[in-house]
Design a protein around this ligand. Sequence first.
Ligand code: ATP
Length: 295
Amino acid sequence: MTETAIEAAALTRRFGRRRTAALDGCAFRLPAGSVCAVVGPNGAGKSTLLSLAAGLARPTEGTITVLGQAPAAVRERLAYVAQDKPLHPQLTVADTLRLGRELNPRRWDDRVAARIVAEGDLAPDAKIRTLSGGQRTRVALALALGKRPELLLLDEPMADLDPLARHQLMATLMADAAEHGTTVVMSSHVVVELDGACDHLLLLGAGRVRLAGPLDDVLAAHRIVTGRADAPLDPHTVVESRTTGRQITALIRPEGALGDGWQSTAPTLEELVLAHLRSPEAPALHLDDAREAAV
Ligand SMILES: Nc1ncnc2c1ncn2[C@@H]1O[C@H](COP(=O)(O)OP(=O)(O)OP(=O)(O)O)[C@@H](O)[C@H]1O
């Protein structure tokens, strides 16, 4: 297995006649075996990044390497579940899994695919077109995990699942990934569902990397501080601040010790992400060895 699951340098993807950049000079490195959350506002470039990693689109500029090679060369070793989860509507659930087995004869794991379908009480003879959105998601995930990929790319996989199914499928997914050392890259808008599941964070905004690195390191680089509104926050980097009366509360990246009079707590993942979403101009932070390439 390769040490680095995904490496991007100056990765840019443009669309349309105006050549608008959906991704613009992105650099990051994701170690193999990580479970990476890809977060960011609508239009940030998350789906574009996942489709480039899956080898379904090519960079306009820059490079992306997956499992040490060009994405198209390692398609067999990765699985990608797109946001709209395309499946053959006329096939049954059982036919779909059979097709998965036939298309991946050397890698297919019937046990995990059958388990994911069974946990959703899906009738094997039900046609895909008769399934609900959440049930289709389950079949798409069964196909993806059945392929026994080294890299699993999931674009908002849990969006149409009910909370119980979400919880249960996440648990199955994470246990399976841990057992097999699978690298998982998962985009989501529901940050709480990523908390506790992910150990790496990639936050995109307007096509650029805003935060990248091991989740613990990224969290540890930030503090929520509260103090008097007139107290200076220099030389710390202020990501977001809010003043209420005489008090200020800020998410900062401390540069050295905090002065007297500040109360400070560690942010949760949700607090960290929300502060960055509210402050799109906050400076980027790379803690994933991809710094030079990002400049
Ligand atoms: N095929 C395409 N043609 C033209 N523009 C595109 C295409 N795909 C994406 N874009 C544009 O690229 C930008 C990033 O889109 P992308 O789907 O990657 O964002 P996202 O972060 O996944 O958004 P969301 O959270 O809404 O799913 C958007 O401005 C979008 O309009």
